[in-house]
Design a protein around this ligand. Structure first.
Ligand code: ADP
Ligand code: MG
Length: 677
């Protein structure tokens, strides 16, 4: 007998070699094996005759073998086996490549099911390397798994069958009450059916059950991570300093900013900690709102923290908040990974002694040894770059802290409800006045000369430019022929832009180097910045008015939108030029979306329509665990139901410690253990 914890090697038919291949697929034990679901199914039930089938159609065919196998050596290492089958009306010529084992196993005058693509010519029909099984053994649906190396789908299927035959019935993760309420079949049945379905209906009921369970597990995990919500806050804010704060600003806040500010402040005054998402398109002015909240908290006698996803961004926040808030007596420190150990120590000491009011930094500030004296507020900027786990770690810096996450990621509203399920949401839906619409053009590289001229004109007016190159992975064949930012900057500074001040920014540079380049760009010393997407988030240089993006087709639309948001931040007219030589229609229409739309949410919707949910989530920027069977978008309705069910379960058993929730608890741990910090 096997148990779920048994190593994959103990399953009959799995030797050391195969175990290695399973490991490659992320499967180490029997539990993972039986939860390794098919990608799709081949339907062997729809048996057709040659006469009824179209040429080129994939069919399953019941036929008798009518000639013996002949062997034809084409060249070394390539042998063809040929024979004929009859379906009673027509003759089918079958060719099998190299598979001696299969060829030898075929018996004259026996009945088989052939599955594959049928080619029909005028006088005969043929199938090339069809799958062949004995007629009586062929079942209805054949699962197709993701395979690796010599591990075929049918081998995986057989091994899963052996495992299930040698396991006791699976204990159910969901109580019978829940199963009844949501009309779900048992886990045992679902797992058997997902691997060995008799018909479509069995696939459906199995999928329904497994998707529900997966999404329920996800929702419970998220609720647990965000668990501190219902606690009382330890940092009650009594006084509102908004009026005092707005006087510090060099501009007047927009109505939308003020509204968001008020929503946040009324949260801060509440008995329970604030848990809010501040949403706003790039350039909408989220930082000012954050600054206002920091001011309010500090004036009430507490400390605040602000976490940014990159050092550049952290530094920029430090510079601008310092300029704004330190004249008002707020003491600010910057903690990043690249500081010397001694400086880090000093900063940490000041923090715990209460000599610092605001700590700004990268994820360095969520490390265990960073302790506050009396923290009240934690803000994460550009939150899409952080996983839920990081957010939770930051919230754990103090009991019942107020948290604000800021995001410009234009995710469609429906997804927001999932990703930020229990957060309150404030939206800044208005840009500061005086902003000009950025003009966007899509051109091919024949325009390069004119583009360079255009940039030079901008520079001569005292404005600045970005040139963005795609990130290059040297191991990636698709990247061949693309210039790295480094190479390109070198070429330009020797050639076209000789005598100009060029800066270079890419991910492999040391933080200090990046910082220096960014500073030089910010204060105008660098006129043209050649960069990879490291400038993508948040960076604010109002004097930059031109952005040229090379190989634009290689970027996601949301990414292009973020990039474009780096310009048009001042009052001057700004231009975004997308260079692409791609002839593909989809690439063209995607880039036209950029030309035609400036609203991030619209662009995201278009992107979603064009690419489908798989790709939209492809980059896994959401920081959620990977799902095996559910699809966050397609299974959205189930997600809502699962969310509701999760709430019901937690209402009765907040810590999930009751016996009926034991297995669920284990599932949550499993799902979330793969998340990285
Ligand atoms: P984001 O929401 O993308 O983080 P920022 O907070 O960086 O945007 O703000 C973008 C720019 O707009 C900054 O230069 C900021 O000083 C400016 N800004 C913000 N609010 C206003 C306002 N109400 N009026 C004028 N300029 C503003
Ligand atoms: Mg920002």
């Amino acid at each position: 007998m096997l148990t779920l914890e048994s190593s994959i090697q103990y399953v009959k038919g799995v030797g050391e070699k195969r175990a290695g291949l399973f490991n490659k697929l992320g499967i180490f034990d029997v539990d993972a094996l039986i939860h390794f679901y098919p990608r799709k199914y081949e339907d062997w039930t729809l048996s057709k005759t040659v006469k009824d089938a179209q040429s080129g159609e994939v069919i399953s065919l019941r036929a008798t073998m009518v000639t013996p196998v002949t062997e034809h050596m084409v060249r070394r290492g390539m042998t063809l086996y040929k024979c004929r089958f009859s379906d009673g009306e027509s003759i089918i010529n079958v060719t099998i490549f190299n598979n001696k084992y299969l060829a030898k196993a075929l018996r004259l005058y026996e009945d088989y099911i052939l599955y594959g693509k049928l080619e029909k010519a005028l006088t005969y029909a043929s199938m090339s390397s069809p799958k062949i099984e004995k007629a009586e053994a062929a079942t209805g649906f054949h699962p197709v798994y993701s395979t690796t190396g010599k591990l075929t789908s049918s081998a995986i299927s057989k091994i899963i069958k052996t495992a299930l035959d040698n396991l006791p019935p699976l204990e159910d993760t969901l109580s019978s009450k829940i199963r009844q309420k949501y009309n779900l079949i048992s886990l045992d049945k679902a797992v058997r059916q997902i691997h060995f379905p008799a018909d479509n209906q069995e696939i459906e009921s199995a999928r329904r059950r497994l998707i529900f369970e997966e999404l329920l597990t996800l929702q419970l995990g998220l609720f647990k991570l965000k668990g501190s919500k219902r606690k009382e806050t330890s940092a009650a804010i009594h006084r509102d300093f908004t009026q005092e704060f707005v006087k510090l600003l060099p501009f007047t806040m927009t109505q939308a900013q003020l509204k968001a500010m008020n929503e946040c402040v009324s949260d801060l005054k509440n008995r329970h900690p604030m848990n809010r998402l501040l949403q706003g398109d790039v350039g909408s002015g989220k930082t000012a709102v954050a600054a206002g909240l920091i001011y309010t908290v500090v004036k009430n006698g507490f400390q605040a923290a602000l976490m940014a996803p990159t050092e550049i961004l952290a530094l920029q926040h430090y510079d601008s908040l310092n300029a704004l808030l330190s004249p008002a007596g707020i003491r600010i420190e910057l903690l990043t990974g690249s500081l010397k150990a001694k400086d880090k120590r000093t900063i940490k000491e000041k923090l715990i002694n209460g000599e610092t009011d605001l700590l700004i930094g990268t994820h360095a500030i969520i490390q265990n040894d960073v302790e506050f004296k009396n923290p009240a507020l934690v803000i994460t900027d550009e939150q899409h770059r952080f996983g839920v786990k990081q957010r939770a770690a930051l919230a754990c810096k103090g009991e019942g802290l107020h948290t604000l996450v800021m995001s410009a990621t234009p995710i469609p509203r429906t997804l927001g409800l999932i990703l930020y399920g229990d957060l309150d949401i404030s939206t800044i839906d208005e840009l500061p006045p005086g902003r000009q619409v950025i003009r966007t053009d899509v051109v091919d590289s024949r325009y390069r000369k004119r583009i360079y001229k255009f940039m030079k004109d901008a520079v001569s007016r005292g404005e600045q430019c970005y040139i963005i190159c795609p990130m290059i992975d040297e191991n990636d064949e698709d990247s061949l022929g693309l210039k790295s930012a480094e190479q390109y900057a070198e070429e330009l500074s020797q050639g076209e832009f000789k005598g100009y001040n060029l800066g270079l920014l890419h991910g492999k540079m040391k933080p200090k180097e990046k910082e220096n380049v960014m500073k030089a760009f910010l204060n105008g010393d660098v006129q043209i910045l050649v960069s990879t997407t490291v400038v993508e988030v948040g960076v604010d240089v109002p004097n930059a008015t031109v952005m040229v993006i090379e190989n634009a087709e290689r970027f996601g639309l949301s990414q292009l939108h973020q990039l474009r948001g780096r310009i048009g931040r001042g009052s001057k007219k700004s231009y975004c030029i997308l260079i692409s030589d791609s002839k593909s229609e989809t690439a063209e229409s995607r880039l036209m979306t950029m030309k035609n739309f400036s609203d991030g949410f619209k662009i995201a919707d278009e992107d979603l329509k064009a690419r489908g949910p798989g790709d939209f989530f492809g980059e896994r920027q959401h920081g959620l665990p990977q799902l095996k069977i559910a699809d966050m978008l397609q299974d959205f309705d189930t997600m809502r139901t699962a969310q509701q069910c999760a709430q019901e379960i937690l209402m009765r058993d907040g810590s999930l410690s009751r016996p009926e929730n034991k297995l669920l608890s284990q599932r949550i741990a499993k799902m979330f253990e793969s998340l990285e910090y």
